[in-house]
Design a protein around this ligand. Structure first.
Ligand code: SAJ
Length: 412
């Protein structure tokens, strides 16, 4: 299948890099987003999210006229949907953004089009998408119930890129392509071959949906194991980092790193999609989520105990983002810990976060933003929450004489 124009619906952390990379391969790309601000920013050749080198690729794609952003969908040969799928209050997946995207593109769909869903989704979401499109366009046929030779082809192809390495992983990583029919898979592969140098593996849509959830749940369960070990080791007065290093010398053991909890909105969210599909059987996956979600409270307790032994201690919290060397505070366990400390302690809280300019509103008036030197000089307790490069380089003599709570094992 030849693609002259590809439309990407949702210009966020996945959609925008995808749109820009496809445009860089010489294909006309129409990026669609509901946010006028995002659309205006992109059309000026700028970006509204933080990702290394993305600004350069977007600027060049806009300057060459290959990438244009708009709030209204227009006809295209293929549509890639990359919209959010958050959790609702009851931890069930919220598919309303996918449904809204379906309603938005339905009027411009034409016979022969390909629609690919990339958003992390519960099993069955691609079939639902087909049903929503079919309801909106009774004049077209869709591959519902495995019907071949439909007017519109549909596939699920999960994104698998690591924030911070998106441009490299978008091209290099293997892709899973799950068509609703074999013809859908083949057409979707010809789309990804435009920019993916990794291999494209075909399967059905349900397996591709479950594979995405499996990848992030695998990671969550293994981090939970490490977090549980770290709590047990504290009680047994064993250095968990040394323990893991030694255990990992076994050729078939690879324990991940404990930390203050699991953040970001992929690994901490996606396992719930599996739990939601089969609550009775998803026992390990659910428990792992609970273990990781409870880790910030454990850290807060440790700080409270240490602070209780001192008179009006100054506490330096190092890091707020959800992982190292990024500015992303979403679902960050470090944020949760600092917020809880700020709520419950009268002592002085200094926060060092080299990747942001100002403290988030929730901490205003309750904690002060400090530079690293100032915080290290003043602190009685140093709480390391994120392993940013600036903190990994702190010489050990700067830590001497303080109470150190190192949630990432950076200082041994
Ligand atoms: N973490 C630990 N210990 C570890 C590894 C990670 O505590 O040993 C914590 C991190 O500090 C962070 C959280 O887990 O708070 C998640 O970080 P991450 O770097 O492992 O992953 P994400 O959420 O940035 O990206 C993940 C990736 N999935 C996998 O590695 C299986 C990425 O490939 C996915 O595309 C992304 O989720 C997504 O969008 O789903």
């Amino acid at each position: 299948m030849k693609f002259n124009t590809i439309s990407v619906i949702g210009l966020g952390y996945i959609g925008l890099p995808t749109a820009a990379i496809i445009a860089s391969r010489g294909v006309d790309v129409i990026g669609v987003d509901v946010s006028q601000n995002a659309v205006d920013t992109i059309n000026q050749g700028q970006i509204h999210i933080v990702e290394p080198d993305l600004d350069i690729v977007v600027r060049s794609a806009v300057q060459t006229g290959k990438l244009k952003a708009t709030t209204t969908p227009k006809p295209a040969d293929a549509f890639i949907i990359a919209v959010p799928t958050p959790l609702k209050e009851d931890r069930q997946p919220d598919l309303s953004y996918i449904e809204a995207a379906a309603k938005a593109i339905a009027p411009v769909l034409e016979k022969g089009n390909l629609v690919v869903l990339e958003s992390t989704s519960p099993v069955g979401a691609t079939e639902k998408l087909a049903t929503w499109l079919a309801e909106a366009r009774p004049d077209l046929t869709f591959p519902v119930n495995g019907a071949e030779n439909a007017d519109i082809n549909l596939a699920y192809c999960p994104e698998r890129v690591l924030p911070g390495h998106v441009l490299q992983e978008l091209v290099a990583n293997d892709r899973l392509v799950g068509g609703l029919t074999n013809e859908c898979s083949q057409k979707a592969i010809s789309l990804y071959e435009i920019f993916v140098s990794g291999d494209c593996h075909t399967t059905d849509a349900r397996t591709a949906e479950m594979a995405k959830l499996t990848e992030n749940s695998f990671r969550d369960v293994n981090i939970a194991f490490a977090n549980e070990l770290s709590i047990i080791c504290d009680a047994l007065q064993i250095n968990v980092w040394e323990l893991i290093k030694l255990s990992n010398l076994h050729p078939r053991v690879n324990v991940l790193n404990p930390g203050p909890g699991v953040g970001g909105h992929c690994i901490a969210v996606d396992p719930w999609f599996i739990v939601g599909s089969d609550p009775e059987n998803a026992r390990i996956i659910k428990t792992a989520r609970e273990v990781n979600d409870s880790k910030p409270r454990y850290v807060v307790e440790r700080v409270r105990k240490a602070a209780g032994r001192l008179k009006a201690p100054v506490i330096a919290c190092l890091g707020l983002s959800f992982k190292a060397d990024i500015d992303d505070l979403r679902e960050s366990p470090a944020m949760e810990i600092v917020e809880a400390l700020a709520e419950s302690m009268v002592d002085q809280l200094l926060v060092v976060e080299p990747n942001i300019d100002a403290l988030p509103e929730s901490l205003e008036g309750k904690a002060s933003k400090a530079d690293l030197n100032e915080a290290l000089s003043q602190a009685d307790i140093i709480l390391l929450l994120v392993d940013h490069k600036e903190f990994r380089q702190i010489p050990s003599e700067r830590l001497r004489g303080r109470i150190i709570i190192d949630t990432r094992g950076v200082w041994g």
